[in-house]
Design a protein around this ligand. Structure first.
Ligand code: SF4
Length: 481
């Protein structure tokens, strides 16, 4: 059983209540990001490229509880960053358990074994361990040799202590279907309760831009991975969402179903894209033009997205409808998803190139903005660039004052004369709203932390070490200096 009956019952009654109330938009799972800091710097992650003063900030337990209570969700996923690096993660988890919330604590497990004593096994708590495939694939994906073995050891230790443990796997273009299918069996043998799997989201701030793939290729890949299932595999995801990944079902994105909350506030429109922030969940619902997002919208940032943060809540909502119930019954009666064509496709797969053969030109993300300034009419474009820039800016105000920090939001239309930006002040950890009309000059003074330079250097060094038969090289996050 991939999900305990009590959890299924809680989610089912919650969804039915929302339907009875006639709510068209409601949250199902809160993506609570209590920090952006991490002890890894994974190739496909676009979440951690921030200046040091941002990475050093944490949500307080009270802020976490407030966000959970504001939404009333039955389940909370805690990604990051690495949540086990939060100094009060035990307080946050215990507070959520006391509120009877089902928690998925997403971790790369590097610290899990040493921090297990902070937690008590509970039906409400599951460690969702990041495992991106077999040893070679995972270690390359997380840019750390030995990462797979540490995580597997932690999984076994947590299972032995009676904790619920699941895995969380992102697959990128170029994976070998046979090895991922073998990996599923290895995880089940290690004692995990269920597995989550998703395609990578093409974060434009991620260092490796080469291994994200199109919707069509994802559907083919997931058809190969999820057809002809071994009976022992358990996935703790909605069956209809898995059918969506396999290309058997069409769903539309409902990003309000899995809202993301972090030190910046409620992320618009979803966990993946950053198009600004709202201060409350209700404000997020009311002030977001949702027609701009989702596959049907034509938004280029949504075209290839098939992630649970957009589509799983849709699948769960649909499950509690007559056709959804019938589809679920069918999937329960025929869980193997027999598919001869998928088997043939796996057999015909060409040997995969090692991921290390990355085209280094595809990594170049260096911007030329650092050191530049904008003023006068160019300010409108400068504010937009500053919003996209993962480094600090310095703003000279017409009043003569100067402020420095990270621009995390911009609001209002410049034509209305009411454009403003929101900045997290460096060294103060405080948010400030600045009217564009107050700005004399905006300068890009900090380094763009998404410039990909360290990853490029790492890939070169990794290739050399591999060729020399040496190991033990890892990409260390450098933003905390
Ligand atoms: S399609 Fe994906 S990226 Fe676009 S809004 Fe939905 S979840 Fe976000």
């Amino acid at each position: 059983m991939p999900i305990p009956v009590s959890q299924m019952w809680t989610v089912a009654t919650y969804v039915l209540k929302q339907k009875l109330k006639g709510r068209k938009q409601y949250p199902l799972v809160l993506m609570l990001e209590p920090l952006y800091r991490c002890n890894l710097a994974c190739a496909g992650c676009g979440k951690i490229q921030y200046p040091g003063h941002i990475l050093k900030q944490d949500l307080t337990p009270e802020q976490c509880f407030q966000a959970v209570e504001e939404t009333g969700v039955p389940a909370v996923s805690i990604p990051g960053g690495e949540p086990l690096m939060h100094p009060k993660i035990d307080e946050i988890v215990n507070g959520l358990i006391a509120r009877k919330k089902y928690i998925y604590l997403c971790t790369n497990a590097l610290l899990l074994k040493e921090k297990l004593h902070l937690f008590t096994p509970s039906k409400y708590l599951s460690f969702s361990v990041h495992m991106d495939g077999d040893r070679d694939h995972h270690d390359f994906s997380v840019c750390k040799e030995g990462g797979y073995d540490i995580a597997l050891d932690a999984i076994r230790a947590a299972v032995a202590k009676g904790f619920r443990v699941t895995t969380n796997t992102t697959v990128f273009d170029g994976v070998d279907s046979k090895s991922i299918r073998k990996f599923f069996s290895e995880m089940m043998d290690a004692g995990v309760e269920g597995m989550m799997i998703s395609p990578g989201y093409s974060y434009d701030k991620a260092p490796d831009q080469q291994h994200f793939t199109s919707r069509e290729r994802n559907q083919t890949l997931f058809r190969k991975l999820l057809s002809n299932r071994d009976p022992k595999w358990q996935f703790n995801m909605s069956m209809l969402f898995l059918e969506f990944l396999m290309g058997k079902r069409n769903l539309e994105c409902t990003p309000w179903g899995m809202p993301a909350y972090s030190i910046f506030g409620w992320q618009r429109p979803c966990y993946l894209q950053q198009d600004g922030y709202a201060d409350t969940y209700q404000e997020l619902l009311d002030s977001t033009d949702w027609s701009k997002y989702g596959y049907e919208s034509g938004n280029a940032k949504c075209t290839n997205c098939m992630l649970h943060s957009g589509y799983e809540a849709t699948a769960v909502h649909y499950t509690f409808s007559i056709p959804g119930i019938l589809a679920t019954i069918k999937s329960m009666l025929m869980p193997a998803y027999k598919d001869e064509e998928a088997l043939r496709m796996i057999e015909q797969e060409k040997p995969v190139s090692p991921l290390v053969q990355i085209d280094l030109t595809s990594l170049s993300k260096s911007t030329t903005l650092q050191g530049q300034s904008t003023t006068g009419k160019a300010l409108t474009e400068g504010v937009e660039q500053a919003f996209d820039y993962r480094g600090d800016v310095t703003i000279k105000l017409k009043s003569g004052n100067t402020i420095e920090g990270y621009v995390y939001d911009r609001q209002g239309s410049p034509n209305s004369g009411k454009a403003r930006l929101r900045i997290m002040l460096k060294n103060e950890g405080r948010k400030l709203t600045v009217e564009q009309s107050e700005i004399e000059e905006l300068s890009f003074t900090g380094r763009d932390m998404a410039d990909g330079r360290s990853f490029e250097a790492w890939v070169k060094k990794y290739a050399e070490k591999k060729a020399a038969g040496e190991t033990n090289i890892e990409l260390v996050p450098e933003q905390l200096d």
